[in-house]
Design a binder for this molecule. Structure first.
Ligand SMILES: [Zn+2]
Length: 117
């Protein structure tokens, strides 16, 4: 897989056929191209997924380092983020006018728990 260029800021690396300019669409997460330039292909999605999974461990290490950051606000935010991911987020109220159907999917430790609306 082509390396992701941070200068593209998550944008597709492909060039348009008509003008040759760089594509302006966002790249598929973990990939270098948008869905218009092959980002939806199964092999691209598979490699993108593997790339993102490879980042999970270094991201967890970095989060662990931030828990001990000298700036208390950063340490608190990192601690809350870890707690949200390990234990799950606290229940948050949702307002509705009674006419809108809201589907909420809670994801916790890789399990998907669906709640009735
Ligand atoms: Zn593109």
């Amino acid at each position: 897989m082509e390396r992701i260029d941070p200068k593209r800021n998550g944008r597709c690396h492909a060039h348009t056929k008509s003008t040759g300019a760089l594509c302006k669409y966002p790249a598929v997460p973990g990939a270098t191209v948008c869905r218009h330039h092959g980002g939806g292909a199964p092999q691209v999605r598979e490699k993108a997924s593997a790339y993102l999974m490879g980042l999970a461990y270094p991201a967890a290490v970095k989060m662990g380092e931030l828990i001990n950051h000298r700036n208390g606000m950063i340490a608190l935010a990192a601690s809350k983020d870890v707690m949200d991911r390990v234990i799950g987020k606290a229940v948050q109220p949702v307002e509705s006018d009674g006419r809108t159907i809201i589907e909420i999917e809670f994801v916790n430790r890789g399990r998907v728990v669906e709640h009735d609306a």
